[in-house]
Design a protein around this ligand. Structure first.
Ligand SMILES: Cc1cc2nc3c(=O)[nH]c(=O)nc-3n(C[C@H](O)[C@H](O)[C@H](O)COP(=O)(O)OP(=O)(O)OC[C@H]3O[C@@H](n4cnc5c(N)ncnc54)[C@H](O)[C@@H]3O)c2cc1C
Length: 441
């Protein structure tokens, strides 16, 4: 077993969590019920915030509310979404509302509610540097140094900015992740949204509905062949099960990359509800009310360059159907171009000891621990860092409670949480399709 809980700075804690988004919050929530393990999760923000720049009106979850911090592993936890409903005194009205997918605002409120009750979460504390000596990690933060036996990295992703747009980032060229953080007035302006995923769709709908004023023109450009729906069919959801993750983990590198590419729309498509809402709004505005056309849908185009003259931007795009180069003027460009893995400056002190693959991604074992050249009893776990090794569920909420439990079981070297699953519906390899032959008598 691990050591008893300790006061900050006084002695070694068992687990130091770096960053508190939903993923490390889930680890923190489940650890609360493990006796004898001390933990502290550091978050640089003053309070919990879940992608605050994208908490826009009319935005909804892609996943069901039961895929919360804990329920898949400990349904009776005080940190479950159902507990939140009861404590917030809205359980019956929630049922009457018949919500298939709740709003992002509500899920964010749930996460915030949980974060406030978990004593090991410490806000306003940026982790600045981590080093390792004498079998312990020294975690230097803006609030002083802590010592920990193990780490759990949960620092999330950073906005991806296409190379050609980088020189222009500012008030008029904005990444989607930041759009809700400041006020904007798009009245009378030509607005161009780049990116046909969920964030692009959410922002498109809000611009269309005049959330930031009525633009003179709205272009929505997407590299995809059309505005493609999230694949959330029953069998597709088998990808988001522990069974599948375990089968996936054993596959070869090239097969994994191919499968991840093929499965893209299981997490990167736009929800059917959102697409329908956009379609119906367009129909009402332009076919029923017969507004003069000011909105243009431009799928199958890849942004290839951005140029600026005075305060006007010109976006150059290659049309994937005609192969022609097209040009669009814009006063405001919104980059809904996704997220990428950041370089963690705070890891500089141990970076050279961690193992990475040829694409600079962590080499993770099946328990989400990074391979490194330190002692085996000092583990470095990483969440939201193993898309390449564990598959498409890794950056999603679907399996976060299961992953947290697996991390904790490995940390404690005991089966604290029962993670044994029943036979999966699909036989991903032959061992599942054909049980071992009975021995001849
Ligand atoms: C708008 C949006 C909606 C999404 N909706 C869904 C959905 O409906 N369903 C689904 O399955 N997935 C969804 N996802 C994907 C995924 O679930 C989220 O991105 C999720 O927030 C990832 O959690 P995380 O804990 O890894 O990272 P984050 O939520 O990004 O949290 C990381 C935290 O680490 C902190 N941090 C970073 N560096 C340090 C440091 N040095 N010291 C201290 N703190 C630090 C940051 O301040 C941040 O709070 C969505 C993603 C986005 C962008």
């Amino acid at each position: 077993m691990l050591t008893k809980p300790t006061q900050p700075n006084s002695s070694i804690i068992d687990v130091a969590g770096i960053g508190v988004g939903p993923f490390n919050l889930s680890v923190a929530a489940l650890l609360q019920q493990v006796k004898g393990v001390s933990a502290r999760f550091f978050e640089s923000r003053e309070q919990f915030a879940w992608h605050p720049g994208l908490l826009l009106p009319d935005t909804h979850m892609q996943t069901m509310f039961l895929k919360d911090l804990v329920t898949a592993v400990v349904p009776h936890s005080i940190y479950s979404f159902l507990s939140y409903l009861v404590k917030r005194k809205k359980f019956y009205r929630f049922l009457s509302a018949e919500l298939n997918c709740i709003s992002r605002a509500e899920f964010s409120d749930y996460l915030n509610w949980a974060a406030q009750q978990i004593p090991s979460v410490q806000f306003a504390t940026e982790v600045e540097n981590i080093s390792f000596m004498n079998n312990q990690f020294k975690v230097e933060t803006s609030k002083g140094a802590y010592y920990a036996k193990n780490l759990c990295l949960g620092t999330g992703k950073k906005p991806f900015i296409p190379e050609c747009a980088r020189p222009y980032l500012g008030k008029q060229v904005i990444h989607a992740a930041n759009i809700g953080l400041n006020s904007h007035d798009f009245s009378g302006k030509r607005v161009m949204i780049i990116g046909g995923g969920q964030s692009g769709a959410d922002i498109f709908l809000n611009v269309l509905n005049g959330y930031w004023g009525k633009p003179s023109k709205l272009n929505w450009l997407s590299r995809r062949a059309n505005y493609q729906p999230l694949d959330e069919a029953a069998f597709t959801n088998e990808y988001f099960t522990p069974d599948y993750v375990d089968s996936f983990y054993k596959l070869g590198r090239q097969v994994k990359e191919r499968e991840i590419r093929d499965q893209k729309l299981t997490s990167d498509g736009v929800t059917q509800a959102c697409l329908l809402s956009i379609y119906r709004t367009l129909y009402h505005r332009f076919d029923v009310l017969r507004e003069p056309k000011w909105v243009y849908l431009l799928p199958h185009r890849e942004m290839s360059a951005v140029n600026q003259t005075d305060n006007i931007y010109q976006v150059q795009a290659i049309n994937g159907l005609t192969q022609e180069t097209e040009y669009y003027d814009a006063d405001v460009i919104i980059l809904a171009t996704g997220f990428t893995t950041p370089t963690l400056n705070c890891l500089a002190g141990i970076q050279s000891r961690l193992k990475f693959d040829e694409k600079d991604r962590y080499s993770l074992n099946e328990h989400f621990a990074v391979d490194w050249d330190g002692p085996a009893e000092n583990r470095i776990f990483a969440v939201n860092a193993g898309l390449h090794s564990h598959g498409i569920a890794e950056p999603q909420l679907s399996l976060m409670a299961w992953r947290s439990a697996r991390i904790i079981n490995h940390l404690c070297q005991q089966e604290i949480f029962d993670l044994e699953s029943s036979d999966g519906l699909i036989s991903w390899d032959q061992s599942a399709a054909q049980p071992p032959l009975k021995q001849a008598i």
